[in-house]
Design a protein. Structure first.
Length: 148
């Protein structure tokens, strides 16, 4: 296996696992570090968000994590990556705006991990990758050849 592919699967496994477990913790109102740490309800309320947002974000996190690891669904994968990046960058912005600068390292690290996973995708997991149907693309010479 190529080094790039290995790093892709490592970063994807890590971000998908974190996103899935985070979604479960959001839905169950568990702790931020699964077994320890503050409850997600305390964090969300402390940032000024209503608690029902946890049900919305938690559900989408679980679906996004599953989407990242299953084969196919390339457009949906792009949406999943976008959602994960929006969620993590929103966490960074919310924590910074509320003066919790000492808590920025975790969402910033996860944001870097999500971006790395997206950037390292192999061609068969990239939207816009040539499919078997698109294997033959006309060259400019073929396109401009006169019809006789």
């Amino acid at each position: 296996m190529k080094v790039k592919t290995t790093f892709y699967w490592i970063t994807t496994a890590l971000i998908a696992t974190e996103t899935f477990v985070g979604g479960v913790m959001d839905l169950t109102h568990g702790r931020t570090a699964v077994f320890s740490g503050p409850r997600v309800t305390d964090i969300v309320a402390g940032l000024g968000y209503p608690l029902y947002v946890l049900a919305i974000i938690g559900s989408w996190k679980i679906l996004g994590a599953i989407t990242l690891v299953v084969p196919g669904f390339l457009r949906l994968k792009e949406w999943a990556y976008a959602g994960i990046i929006f969620e993590l960058s929103g966490a960074v912005a919310s924590l910074a705006a509320c003066g919790h600068r000492d808590e920025l390292i975790a969402p910033l690290s996860l944001l870097g991990l999500a971006i790395a996973s997206w950037a390292l995708r192999p061609p068969n997991r990239t939207l816009g990758a040539p499919s078997k149907v698109d294997a033959h693309v006309a060259t400019p010479v073929e396109q401009s050849a006169p019809l006789t």
